[in-house]
Design a protein. Structure first.
Length: 465
């Protein structure tokens, strides 16, 4: 499929190699060349591909995008651009601004406990032995055109290294901000390495400050050594025309423990491709997702869990609420290999449709080659329960508030699993606002002009539901 965008990408790659390859070790330069050849062969995914048949990128790829191979020369005060709206949320904030790492003092920070965090590009220069041991070792398992393009093109991103036996005392907050007066095509590459018996809490936020139809293609690799524990939160609150392809690869060693959340509150087209390899006995993965979409928004969650070793467990819970003409996809694939005996793997996807024009395509799938396992999967698509609506309304609650209560109760099963209290409270508040349709309205505005007829003043403790 020869497109104008593919042709433009090919020309820019050849023309800007000296910038893309800048300071790369020879091994990485060779990897980029191979990855770009793979992209030319594999191309952008189309609806003819089984994994992409319900997510059509044609309109997205037909747009004109700009590529920047150097960071902006002007100084960016990230604290003026990004203000975290989570009260009392004490974190290490590390930021990408239009695809480039932004820092106040230095591009890499080494904390007293030995944790290193900062620019992926600078880490490639200062810690090549760490980078080369892990870079593209886990993402290469999913060969598609977008991942290959990222490997070939990405110049910067976030690097986090937690040494053995270290429990990071602060949550690390990765913030990816788009703020440019043209349509950007951004390639971010993140690498997270968590040592033996170490613990990391990571919050990864995607945020847009403009109303341009940018395209972000992010690849994140997370390596968890023996006994490592990672709590990972992916929060997405973008404008209605931005497209985000988010591919995250988790590799788990023995007795490691992963808890992951993918929470999508806004965005034009979002695809979360989550791939987890349980490659050590006794490892566990708890994967959760919540998506609230309306208008013509589209969210696609692809989750692949590879049980490669015996005695591992995985639990998946994804829930979605859809309104207007919005669409969603859930494709959950659990693979249990021949030697992965004593596997426990569970998968649930639940969806509520608020209009007859909203659609969901759900495909839970088990592929089992071992015989001593406990596995189950299920998916439901429906509307709000009429009997529950009648019961709540019979207690004197308006129909609008009754719907709000039922929707919140549906979403709360995922929200209540969040263990960071300030983050849980803020997401709880954002979900309530999103369900009311006021998330895009300035909090300081007293007019609420888009929602004049809705009722907001009710004193019901929804956390008790």
């Amino acid at each position: 499929m020869e497109t104008v965008l593919k042709e433009k990408i090919s020309e820019l790659f050849v023309k800007n190699k000296f910038k893309i390859f800048n300071n790369d070790p020879d091994e990485v330069k060779a990897l980029r060349e191979t990855a770009f050849a793979d992209f030319l062969r594999l191309d952008f995914p189309t609806i003819k591909w089984e994994a992409w048949k319900n997510t059509d990128l044609k309109k997205v790829l037909d747009r004109d995008y700009n590529f920047y191979f150097e960071p902006a020369k002007e100084h960016i005060d990230i604290e003026k651009v990004f203000q975290c709206e989570v009260p009392d949320f004490d974190t290490h904030i590390i930021s990408l601004y239009n695809g480039w790492y932004v820092y106040r003092d230095k591009p890499l920070t080494k904390l007293p406990d030995g944790t290193i965090l900062g620019s992926f590009a600078r880490a490639m220069e200062e810690y090549p032995e760490i980078i080369l041991k892990h870079y593209n070792q886990y993402a290469k398992e999913n060969k598609n055109g977008l991942n290959s393009l990222n490997t070939a093109y990405a110049q910067d991103g976030i690097f986090i290294y937690v040494p053995d036996g270290v429990e990071t005392y602060k949550t690390i907050q990765m913030v990816n901000i788009l703020n440019k007066e043209d349509n950007l095509f951004v390639q971010n590459r993140n690498l997270v390495i968590v040592g033996k018996n170490s613990k990391l809490t990571l919050v990864h936020c995607d945020d847009s400050h403009n109303h341009k139809s940018s395209f972000t293609n992010t690849v994140t690799e997370v390596f968890m050594d023996e006994g490592a524990k990672v709590d990972h939160y992916k929060l997405q609150n973008l404008n209605n025309i931005t497209s985000l392809i988010n591919s995250t690869f988790f590799y788990q060693s023995a007795n490691s423990n992963l808890t992951s959340f993918a929470i999508s509150l806004n965005g034009g087209l979002i695809r979360n491709d989550i791939r987890i390899t349980l490659d050590g006995e006794g490892s566990n993965a708890d994967i959760n997702g919540l998506y609230l979409v309306d208008k013509e928004q589209h969210v696609d969650n692809q989750v692949f869990v590879d049980h490669a070793k015996p005695g591992c467990t995985s639990n998946e819970l994804f829930k979605g609420i859809l309104d207007d003409q919005s669409t969603a996809v859930f494709n959950g694939h659990i693979l249990v290999r021949k030697d992965a005996q004593k596997t426990n793997a569970y998968q649930k996807n639940r969806n509520v449709l608020l209009s007859d024009k909203a659609t969901v395509n759900a495909k839970p799938f088990l592929e089992i080659y071992a015989d001593d396992v406990k596995c189950s999967h299920g998916a439901t698509v429906g509307q709000l329960d009429d009997e529950a609506m009648f019961y709540i309304k019979s207690r004197g609650i308006s129909e609008y508030n009754a719907k709000l209560l039922l929707m919140y109760a549906f979403a709360a099963e995922v929200i209540n699993k969040i263990t960071i209290v300030p983050l849980k409270d803020r997401i709880d508040d954002l979900v309530k606002k999103r369900l009311r349709g006021e998330l895009a309205i300035c909090d300081q505005c007293v007019l609420h002009c888009r929602n004049q007829e809705k009722i907001y003043d009710f004193n019901i403790d929804m956390s008790k539901i």
